[in-house]
Design a protein around this ligand. Structure first.
Ligand code: CDP
Length: 782
């Protein structure tokens, strides 16, 4: 008998058998009879009028079949489409381009190479227009307008908290620290770029769309909304999200390439494949972060935090194509009060249009939680240093206490559970914090630069409770459908979509725990809208809090029916039966039992009179609250005074995500997440010159950490279950990406504070540190 492998078991990932043998099924693997290729001509200008498009030379290239322009799409009113944030985004421009690398013409050809040759041969005349790159300048009166269809470059204003009370508390405080903190534009750079195969069947008026999407059902609905008027009716749209090589939020939006491919397939009646190359992916797909935050944190004379105020300008590029829940244009930034106990806070965000690609996606982040955590964890460190207090002791003094949960935060969240003291204490013990402080003092006396940085973050994941969370009006529940076969094996389908997180394993483990069926005998499927129940997809670490909960509840419903069948088989009353691991037995006589396998067979062969045959359940889980994972990270760095190079000597991460379904997978998520926190802290950044030309549009300029640069991660855990989740689990996928950057910056600034350095914006490149060292007279002599 196979092992059940329920909760807490580090069973090997079921999906890895195909992944590590190169047998995954990605977009690039999908080849359909008669399939043709789409490639895209992109704008060299950040803002320009299209004067003329000449495709005559390109049309002569062997294999080139045709072209699609904005004017072609305009005939069907398909040249613009809605974004998930109720803004509008061009599919293809009819008059002006708004950012460098924007799609301008679709080229269709018999193969990828002919399509690329066609792209190179299309000739377009542009008339350059004034470019707006800086969001602060964009918001000034008289700034050139990015969007003709809008009154100004100001997209929206959002605020939370009590402005007057916060102003007052800050005026009355004994210590106030202020800092402008910028989190630059970055890009998810997942291994697989975005792509699709659109297959329109003109006879049956049916579209099958193979798509790199994290949210297949939502995309099906969006396609129906965008193109319903030309015959794409939702029952005739099937979105299949095959294996996905990383998503991290970047595969939530609807990209123009998808819509152009559909239009091409409808026009030509042939399957059309489009897949970006790496530079297109880096230059044109949705970006993350780009938040300019003016932060103030106040304390009383005893060093107790009293108030927080943050004013942010958010650069969204030329359209707001973030995928935030409707009521949260600035995402869940209001988690910015952090892990600390104080009553007064106010935060406001103004979003601006600029001539850049759409931004604001949640890069491994629950909708702006990374920005929020970075702000509060930097500010707490600055305040501790300013007051001459040890940053660990300062945190321990100000943390929300274990017995204060559920805790109502000043900006309105109800933190479900937590034990922040235990997590930080564990991290301090693991790394030997007090000894490190002694070592630091000795080194400093010798002129060496060593720093210790802490980040004690609280996240908010699991969107979400339907009274608060929707996307385009669709409530953010998620779903599970579980069917037990006569031989006691099962298939389960979900509205979420794994992009490498291991759902095929962990969902099976939840069901194994609840039903006693070995996880290896539970097949998990996601990503096909024709078979899976409706759900809002996987991002923002929502799968475990939503669909994971749905799995547990659906299984419990099945167990209730199983109890009826067992009672019938054992000729016993239902209330006399006891469930244990994989069976019901009669109270007091454990030898009289029926296993789940016996019961499954009976469900199809011998159901009790009046009970319908079969053993299955579908459940749409609407979480009562978000889950609030947390952790404490400590980082030790040494800085080379000769080069500005920061060496991360140690990094300890203690995470608490409640009940761990599969500890090995959780650890993998944290290792990956830490690396994706290290990357923007030290390397990644997208910049633009004043004409809107991108720096960082390829992997020569956009630096990703490899195994060589990545530090060694040391992980630990505390377990504080979520009181409202059926198995006590909280999300974890993004925790480390959210929590880590502040620990790195805090460590670097800790090493340099005595020189007068208060803050360095990420990425902390050697060049930047070298300039700081020189400015403070601390660079090593030649
Ligand atoms: O939504 P997404 O899958 O990206 O994030 P998640 O819900 O945090 O889950 C990431 C992976 O970690 C999944 O395979 C989860 O089942 C697993 N996990 C776990 O084993 N225990 C937890 N408490 C949370 C997540």
């Amino acid at each position: 008998m196979a092992e059940i492998n329920g909760l807490g078991k580090s069973m090997k990932r079921k999906e890895d058998a195909r992944f590590i043998q190169g047998k995954g099924n990605y977009i690039e693997d999908i080849v359909l009879p008669g399939m043709i290729w789409l490639d895209i001509v992109r704008s060299p200008y950040a803002h320009a009028r299209i004067v003329n498009i000449d495709t005559s030379k390109a049309a002569k290239i062997p294999g080139v079949l045709g072209f699609i322009t904005g004017k072609d799409l305009e005939k069907y009113n398909l040249h613009w489409m809605p974004t998930l944030m109720s803004d509008r985004q061009m599919v293809l421009p009819t008059d002006t381009v708004k950012y460098q690398a924007q799609e301008v013409v679709g080229v269709l050809a018999t193969d990828r190479y002919a399509a690329a040759d066609g792209v190179a041969a299309v000739e377009i005349d542009y008339e350059p227009l004034p470019v707006v790159v800086d969001p602060f300048k964009a918001l000034q009166p008289g700034a050139p307008k990015v969007r003709e269809d809008k009154d100004s470059n100001h997209i929206w204003h959002w605020e939370a908290g009590d402005r007057e009370a916060t102003d007052r508390a800050i005026r009355q405080a004994a210590t106030v620290v202020k800092q402008r903190i910028y989190i630059p534009r970055i890009h998810v750079a997942s291994i697989e770029t975005c792509g699709c195969v659109a297959n329109w069947d003109p006879i049956n008026k049916h579209l099958t769309m193979y798509l790199t999407t994290q949210a297949p059902h939502a995309i099906r609905t969006v396609i129906a909304l965008v193109a319903g008027h030309v015959g794409l009716s939702e029952e005739n749209i099937r979105v299949i999200s095959p294996d996905i090589g990383g998503g991290f939020g970047g595969k939530v939006p609807v990209y123009p390439g998808y819509i152009i491919a559909i239009a091409a397939s409808v026009l030509l009646g042939r399957p059309v494949k489009w897949i970006e190359d790496r530079s297109e992916n880096l230059q044109a797909d949705s970006f993350a972060r780009d938040y300019h935050m003016d932060c103030e944190l106040a304390a009383d004379g005893g060093g107790r935090i009293t108030a927080l105020r943050i004013k942010t300008v958010a650069d969204h590029g030329y359209t707001d194509a973030a995928a935030n829940p409707s009521k949260y244009p600035a995402g869940l930034f209001s988690i910015c009060t952090g892990s600390y106990d104080y009553r007064t806070a106010f935060t406001e965000v103004d979003a601006a249009y600029t001539n850049k690609p759409p931004g604001g996606i949640a890069y491994r982040c629950s909708f702006r939680v990374t920005e929020a955590v970075h702000a509060i964890e930097r500010m707490v460190d600055i305040l501790a240093h300013e007051r001459g207090e040890d940053p660990a002791d300062f945190r321990l003094k100000n943390f929300i206490k274990k017995e204060q949960f559920p805790y109502k935060s000043p900006l309105g969240w109800e933190f479900d559970s937590g034990d922040y003291h235990a997590a930080l204490q564990k991290a301090m013990d693991m790394i030997g914090y007090r000894e490190l402080r002694k070592e630091q003092a000795e080194k400093r006396a010798r002129g060496e630069l060593m720093g210790i940085g802490i980040s004690s973050f609280t996240e908010v994941v699991g969107a979400g409770p339907s009274h608060q969370f929707d996307i385009l009006g669709i409530k953010m529940f998620d779903s599970a459908e579980v069917r037990i076969h006569p031989t006691g094996k099962a298939i389960a389908r979900f509205g979420t979509k794994s992009q490498g997180q291991g759902h095929e394993t962990t969902y099976a483990q939840i069901l194994a725990q609840e039903l006693g069926i070995p996880a290896e005998h539970i097949k998990v499927e996601e990503g096909d809208t024709d078979t899976a129940p409706y759900g809002l997809g996987t991002y923002a670490s929502r799968s475990t809090p939503t669909a994971g909960a749905a799995a547990a509840v659906a299984a419990r419903r099945i167990r209730e029916k199983a109890r009826k069948i067992a009672a019938h088989l054992l000729e016993s009353a239902e209330e006399d039966l006891v469930w244990e691991v994989d069976r019901f037995y009669v109270k007091g006589s454990p030898s009289r039992f029926k296993t789940i396998q016996d019961i499954a067979l009976a469900a199809y062969t011998n159901p009790p009179p009046g009970v319908e045959a079969g053993l299955e359940a579908t459940f749409y889980y609407d979480p009562p609250n978000m889950t609030f994972p947390f952790g404490s990270y400590i980082c030790v760095v040494d800085i080379d005074r000769g080069t500005g190079q920061v060496h991360v000597r140690r990094f300890v991460a203690v995470d608490d995500c409640g009940t761990r379904i599969n500890p090995m997978i959780v650890e993998g998520q944290i290792h990956g997440g830490l690396t994706m926190g290290f990357a923007p802290a030290f390397m990644e950044q997208i910049q633009y010159d004043e004409n809107g030309n991108i720096y960082g549009g390829n992997f020569m300029d956009y630096l990703l950490p490899t195994a060589v640069e990545t530090p060694r991660w040391e992980t630990g855990e505390t377990v504080t279950p979520s009181p409202h989740h059926p198995i006590g689990a909280k999300g974890v996928g993004e925790s480390a990406t959210v929590g880590a950057p502040a620990a790195f910056v805090n460590a670097v600034v800790d090493a340099l504070w005595h020189l007068g350095v208060r803050h360095i914006d990420i990425p902390i490149t050697p060049d930047k540190v070298w300039q700081v060292l020189k400015a403070h007279g601390a660079a090593a002599e030649e």
